[in-house]
Structures are given as C-alpha cells and as structure tokens.
Design a protein around this ligand. Structure first.
Ligand SMILES: Nc1ncnc2c1ncn2[C@@H]1O[C@H](COP(=O)(O)OP(=O)(O)O)[C@@H](O)[C@H]1O
Ligand SMILES: [Mg+2]
Length: 226
C-alpha cells in the first residue's frame, strides 16, 4: 500500500509550488500517471522511493515513511528511469544485473542464480554476456527493468520508460510492464498503456485532477486537451 498524505513540494530555487496538497492511496493495482509536461508527474513518481522528499506531508510505503525509513522504502520500491543509459553502468548484462545484489552482500553463487533466473524469466538469457553499450534501445530498457526486478521489489515505479523507444520496442516494454506481478506505477504519455492499467492519476498544475478507473481518466484527459 502506497499512502501519500497532504504532500506539497516547493521548488528549492524559487519556492514555486510543484505539487500542492496531494493525497492518494494506491493499493496493488497498476496505475498510470498522466498529464501535461510540467504538471508534476516525475516529482510525484520520485516521491515514491524517496528520490524526492515532500516539503509538507508524508509518503509511506507499506507503513514505512520515506522520511524516516528510506532504506526499507528503497528495498520495496524499484525505480526505472526514462533513459536506460543512466541505469546501466556495468560493462556486461550479467554484471549490471548483479550490481544491486552485490550491494546486499549475497554470495557470488546466489547472485548468479538470481540473475540467470531473472534473465530467463524475462526472455533475456541470450543477452547475458552482451556488452550493455552494444544493446539496442529496446534491449537496454528491458535489461534495466529486469535489473530492477531482480531485486524483488513489491512495487515498480517507471518514469516514461518508453519515451526514447520506437513503436515495436514500446509495445515490448508495455507488455512486459503490464505482465508484472508487482504493483506498477508508470508515468506515461502513452494513453494506450495508460488505458490498459487499472487506474489513472491525472496531474494538472501540481494537483490531482482525476484519480480512478483508467479508461474514464484517459477519456476525460483527452477531452480536456481538446
Ligand atoms: N528540482 C526542481 N527544482 C525546481 N523546479 C523543479 C524541480 N523539479 C521539477 N521542477 C519544476 O516542477 C514542475 C513539475 O516538474 P515535473 O515533476 O518534472 O513534471 P512532469 O514530469 O509532469 O513534466 C515543472 O515546472 C518543473 O520545471
Ligand atoms: Mg517528467
């Protein structure tokens, strides 16, 4: 359960309101976050794993506050960035996938076992010895998602994971995301993906304009854009 309670975020630069009194509870259902550029979507997503702290209010993940239990939060919330080049930092796919697990102090055998199982699970075994820099954009984003999932998070947050991809790769990543058993929160301009989620949160100027059934939210958003 994600609980965002009366959260406001002010800009450190000029004190401008980025998010204003945002309250929402998200259960296990998949949720798309939509809205115009600059409406606060990324700021909201970053609140969920403590990459961004609220100026006011609280964010708790399964009862753990991002302000007081950041480590517990980060164990439960995996974050996928828009640009996989920023997420993939090791020379080969297996090394990259094992990075977070090495930080957890697991044995080399256990790390190998988990990484190979994750690669197998997401149909990526053939890429295991490839150089990360040589992968296509779609392959990079698949490996970045798999690298988050290998950490066994309860919740996966993605900020525009397909913005840099072509249509076939967008479809591939969308299918992967929608098939996850973990709770998914995905910031996206892809309204087909948004409508395929269970819920939609629509942000408008730092406030929630709509939260509820995804197809209804997408329809209202489209009508508002004109
Ligand atoms: N760290 C920051 N400092 C100052 N302003 C910011 C910061 N992050 C975001 N903003 C501003 O807050 C608003 C919302 O940004 P963001 O959450 O990135 O929106 P979105 O992801 O919907 O495009 C924008 O006007 C942006 O310029
Ligand atoms: Mg954004």
């Amino acid at each position: 359960m994600i609980s965002v309670s009366h959260v406001s975020v002010l800009s450190r630069d000029d004190g401008a309101a980025i998010l204003t009194d945002v309250s929402v509870e998200l259960d296990g259902s998949s949720t798309a976050v939509i809205g115009r550029n600059g409406s606060g979507k990324s700021t909201f997503a970053r609140l969920l794993n403590g990459l961004q702290m609220p100026t006011d209010g609280t964010v708790t993940i399964n009862g753990h506050s991002t302000a007081t239990a950041l480590k517990a939060v980060r164990r439960q919330v995996g974050f996928v960035f828009q640009n996989p080049d920023l997420q993939l930092v090791f020379p080969t796919v297996v090394e990259d996938m094992g990075f977070g697990l090495r930080n957890q102090g697991l044995s080399a055998d256990e790390i190998d076992r988990r990484v190979l199982a994750a690669l197998e699970n997401y149909g990526l075994t053939h890429l295991q010895h490839h150089a990360t820099h040589s992968l296509s954009g779609g392959e990079k984003q698949q490996v970045a998602v798999a690298g988050v999932l290998v950490m066994s998070p309860d919740i996966v947050v993605c900020d525009e994971p397909t913005t840099l991809l072509d249509l076939p790769n967008t479809r591939l990543i969308n299918r992967l995301l929608l098939s996850l058993t973990q709770q998914l929160i995905v910031v996206t301009h892809d309204l087909e993906l948004a409508a395929s989620c269970a819920r939609v949160i629509w942000f408008d100027q730092g406030r929630i304009a709509f939260y509820g059934d995804a197809e209804t939210g997408v329809r209202q958003y489209l009508a508002s854009v004109g």
